[in-house]
Design a protein around this ligand. Structure first.
Ligand SMILES: Nc1ncnc2c1ncn2[C@@H]1O[C@H](COP(=O)(O)OP(=O)(O)OP(=O)(O)O)[C@@H](O)[C@H]1O
Ligand SMILES: [Mg+2]
Length: 340
C-alpha cells in the first residue's frame, strides 16, 4: 500500500498518459512553456528588440511601438557581467555583450559610440565588432562583440612582471588610434574648456591662467579617445581591443596622452588597501607610466614638454568628474603648482 502512495502518481500519470496521450503532452508542453516564460519575465533584463543590420542603423524601435515588424519582438533574460560609470554590461547571445547606458543618456550618446566603433572597425583597428543599437525601457544600448579576458589593469595586477610589455603595448595602441577619422566629432580642446568652466573648485584667477595655457596649445584633427587607460583595454586570447569610446573627440593627440598621464600619475589607489599595498601599487604604477611615456615619445618623436603643458588643463578638466576626495585634492594642487 505504501508503495502505491510512492508510485501512485507515476502510475496514474502513465495511465492517464495512455488514455489522454495527445492532450496530456500538449498540456505538459503548455505548462513547461508558461514556466519558461515566467522565469524569463522575472529575469534580470527583458529586451524588446528590433532594428538594425550590420550595415548601419536602419531605424529605431522605441518600446516596440514603431517600426517593429511581426515576429521581431523577443523577450529574453540577459545576465549582468559588469557595471561601469556610464553603463551596465549584459551578456548577450552569440558571443556578444550589450552595453546599456544608464538612465538619462540620450539616444545620440549610444549612437555616437556605435558610429565611432563601427568606423574604427572598418579601418581594422582593434575594437570590438559592433552590431546593433537597441532600446530597453527608456535606456539606449549598443551590442558589441564580446572579447573575453582581463582588462590591461587586471593583467598587470595579477602579473607585475608584464608591466614593461603592457606599458609599451598601451603606447603603441594609443599611437595607432591617433588618426584622422571620417566622423563628425566635437573638438577635444573645446570640451576640455567646457569641463573646466563647470569645475567649482577652480577660482577666477586660476581659470584665467588655464585659458591662457589652452590658448597656447594647438587644436589638432586626430582621433582622441578621451579616456585611454589600462581599464579600457581588454586582453583577449586572440585579440587585444580598446573599448569605451563614448568620450571620443577630435583634437591634438598630445592632449589625449596628457589625459592618460594624469590618470596614471594622480589616480587614487582604492582606499581599502593597506599603506604598504598602496606604496607597492604606486611604485608599480609609476614604472608603468614612465615606460608608457618613454615608449610613446620614442615611437612618435613627440615633445614631452608639450604633453606636460596639456596636462595642466586636462587635470583641471578631470575635476569635473566624480572622484575620491584625495584624488581631487591631488589634481587641484597639481594645477595650482603648475600655474605659479
Ligand atoms: N566588448 C566587450 N567584451 C567583453 N567585456 C566588455 C566589453 N565591453 C565592455 N566590457 C566589460 O564591461 C566593463 C565596462 O565597459 P565600459 O568601459 O565600456 O563601460 P563604462 O560604463 O563606459 O565604464 P567606465 O566606468 O570606464 O566609464 C569593461 O571593463 C569590461 O569588463
Ligand atoms: Mg571603461
Amino acid at each position: 500500500m505504501g508503495k502505491f502512495f510512492a508510485f501512485g502518481p507515476v502510475i496514474l500519470t502513465r495511465v492517464f498518459g495512455l488514455l489522454l496521450k495527445g492532450p496530456l503532452i500538449a498540456m505538459t508542453e503548455l505548462m513547461f512553456r508558461q514556466q519558461r516564460i515566467l522565469s524569463l519575465l522575472s529575469g534580470k533584463l527583458q529586451i524588446k528588440r528590433a532594428i538594425t543590420k550590420n550595415k548601419g542603423i536602419k531605424g529605431y524601435c522605441y518600446k516596440g511601438k514603431t517600426g517593429l515588424k511581426k515576429g521581431e519582438v523577443k523577450v529574453k533574460k540577459y545576465n549582468l557581467v559588469a557595471q561601469g560609470r556610464t553603463a551596465d554590461i549584459f551578456e548577450w547571445e552569440e558571443n556578444r555583450v550589450l552595453k546599456l547606458y544608464k538612465d538619462g543618456f540620450a539616444r545620440k550618446t549610444a549612437e555616437k559610440e556605435f558610429n565611432v566603433v563601427r568606423e574604427l572597425a572598418k579601418k581594422e583597428l582593434p575594437v570590438p565588432e559592433v552590431f546593433e543599437l537597441i532600446t530597453y525601457q527608456k535606456r539606449w544600448g549598443v551590442i558589441f562583440e564580446k572579447v573575453s579576458g582581463p582588462t590591461m589593469l587586471e593583467q598587470i595586477a595579477s602579473n607585475p612582471g608584464d608591466i614593461i610589455g603592457e606599458a609599451r603595448r598601451l603606447a603603441e595602441l594609443h599611437k595607432n588610434f591617433q588618426i584622422k577619422v571620417d566622423i563628425q566629432l566635437l573638438q577635444f580642446k573645446a570640451l576640455v574648456k567646457k569641463s573646466i568652466s563647470r569645475v567649482k573648485e577652480i577660482n577666477g584667477k586660476t581659470r584665467e591662467k588655464l585659458w591662457e595655457t589652452l590658448d597656447q596649445l594647438t587644436e589638432g584633427d586626430k582621433l582622441c579617445h578621451g579616456d585611454f587607460h589600462p581599464e579600457n583595454v581588454i586582453i583577449g586570447r586572440d585579440k587585444v581591443i580598446v573599448i569605451d569610446w563614448l568620450t571620443a573627440a577630435v583634437g591634438n593627440p598630445l592632449a589625449d596622452v596628457a589625459r592618460t598621464s594624469i590618470i596614471l600619475k594622480l589616480g587614487a589607489i582604492p582606499h581599502h588597501k593597506s599603506e604598504e599595498e598602496i606604496r607597492v601599487m604606486k611604485k608599480l604604477r609609476d614604472n608603468f607610466y614612465k615606460e608608457y611615456l618613454k615608449h610613446y615619445l620614442k615611437i612618435t618623436g613627440e615633445d614631452q614638454n608639450l604633453i606636460e603643458k596639456w596636462e595642466i588643463p586636462l587635470a583641471a578638466a578631470r575635476l569635473e568628474e566624480r572622484l575620491p576626495l584625495k584624488e581631487k585634492r591631488a589634481l587641484l594642487s597639481f594645477v595650482e603648482k603648475c600655474l605659479v
